[in-house]
Design a binder for this molecule. Sequence first.
Ligand code: PEP
Ligand code: MG
Length: 759
Amino acid sequence: MVLLSAAAAARAILISLHEVMASRSGPQAKLNQIVEVIGAKLDSEVCSIYLLREGMLELFATRGLNQAAVHVTRLAVGEGLVGTIASNIETLNLAEAAAHPDFAFRPETGEEKFHSFAGVPIVRRERAVGVVAVQHVDPRRYEEVEIEALQTVAMVLSEMIANAELIDAEDALGVSAQQTGPERLKGQPLVKGIAAGLAVYHQPRVTIEQIVAEDTEAERQRVYLAFDRMREQIDRMASQAEFGVGGEHEEVLETYRMFAYDEGWSRRINEAIDSGLTAEAAIERVQQRTRMRMRQIDDPLLADRMHDLEDLSNRLLRIVSGQLGTAASMGLKGDAILIARNLGPAELLEYDRRRLKGVILEEGSLTSHVVIVARAMGIPVIGRVRGLRGCVRDGDQLLVDGDQGVIDVRPLPARTEAFETRFAKNRERQAHYAAMRDVEPVTRDGTRISVMINAGLRDDLPMLGLTGADGIGLFRTEFQFLVSATLPARERQTRLYRDVLDAAGDRPVVFRTVDIGGDKVLPYLRHNGGEAEENPAMGWRALRVALERDGLLKVQARSLLEAAGGRTLNVMFPMVTEPWEFDAAKAVFDGQLAFLKKQKKPLPEAIRFGAMLEVPALAECLDVLAPKISFLSIGTNDLTQFLFAADRAHSKLAERYDWLSPAIMRFLRRVVQSVAPYGIDLTVCGEMGGRRLEALALLGLGITRLSITPAAVGPVKELVRKVNLPDIASAMSGWLDAPPPNLRAALSEWACQRGIECD
Ligand code: PEP
Ligand code: MG
């Protein structure tokens, strides 16, 4: 063949194919013409098209092989070269076909005289629905230009299949779906529970409506503009540091920027447009090619980068096609399992709670806020799942086992039935815990333990009644800010706080002032003066923001004081690092109180101020702080990340450190001892308090107040009633003085021997 540029070769073929597509001939005639066109343009003696029918790759048309083989030669997916291309979704380019280990000779085709072979998959919705292959007598590898032309042809064929011009599309796809069969993926269990539903991608893949361009110049313009917008978006993200929720986000952003400004990428898209594709098809075409190349390189670092490029390419596609919304904006149609790389808590809250049954994240960690929110919503979450995108399509049936961290994709009926049995058991267990609503959490030695819930939204309030909890030990006020499109006005804040107090009745509610920052980012609040933060969890967040932007804290103080008129108000400040910060925050409340007094507004009957112990430094100054406060609440989510210097939202560190480590436990023991002389309430409100084994350890340290996720109230109450405090206290004391090699294992065995269930 006279080598044209890739674009010119593909364009020449596309023009001819366009004519074929426009013709009135029937499917078989069209296919016959197509193989002729491709064979002639690529100067190949053979061109064949195999399409998936009834689960087999059937030779539908050929130029060069025996015509008698058409509709006779059939290969299973994975069988022979054609089957290998389809199953791996990869291109093969071989100088000597018979030398390939997967080569399967089919005598009816008469292919023995052809040595070279190149084939590319015809891909539809990330599945191969066929293969287009060329063969040549001379043993030579096909040129890159020819392969690219072939890949473009495969895209057009895929569109024709979708339009039912070649084979009934549903037939082809239906068969391929069955053919795909069940698969199992593994990840890290982040929120326990099981769920079933259909896969919904948070950022759906764009459907490409048209592949062949009518006006190449117009397509080029569209891509230009889309690139501009995408680059703007990435730059904005970088400047606002509002992207992602992981410690890796800096690195990811840098990579994004590199790709977004990569001249090579935009040039390749332009070349694909030159070959006659629409902007969308060109972006997808280039992405497919990159995907295929990357598949051949077995390097996990590169695979991560590929992931970034996929994300970016999808972003570009969404911009160019105008398909911008997330799945939340389109609404969930039925029971759904949401799939995302990562999510912010606000993004999760945009979904319909009745239909959202489970969440699968490619990243995620136990104490990231999206996971805390999901836990509060009772939605199982599995994180750190690899290989999702290649295996799960939108709409696939999924079973999520958040206890084991296992996902069944397109499960067999037997597996679904087993799940049904587990659902029934779960309902029984829930009924059992619900029946414990009025049971008091008293230990065997007669100590009343206070079991409260963590909450943050109006929707959480019914949980107080359902669980029979002793109150709300942590009300995360920032959740209202996270779910709002703009900063919530004072009246709205007051209304929410009043509703919370009404719902709680005489049970106490501890309102924590806003803890914004870290992984809780408000898109409408420009952070850190617009500067990206290197370590947002240790950055400008929580009380640090509130003290500097005291307008924010003043409004909240007014709202809380007004809402609690005539009642007791419990206010807690997050991330207090040094005692003076507590004083400064309290002074804001005192100022507002004086103002309301002057206005003769109803005031709270009593105000109790407290602090969160989340920053280790504060533990060294408890003697200074304790006399000023009514209560101290240990936020172990943050505290442990700082003690271990391990980002709580970092998926790679998610399993590295154990809450049940001597370091954490000794630290907590010291805190218990430090505050004991002051007679103030000491609570643990981090996630660990909701896990039974951890709760047992905390009881052993002398902690008698827990504020936990509502779903854990029943199980923890049950635990409390089986525990004899002096026993666990002495066991813990022994272990902490001389730590066993594995404290978790020792504690677990201890509990097991005493018939205390602590899963
Ligand atoms: C904590 O840090 O333990 C805590 C309860 O607060 P949050 O999880 O909201 O940071
Ligand atoms: Mg915290």
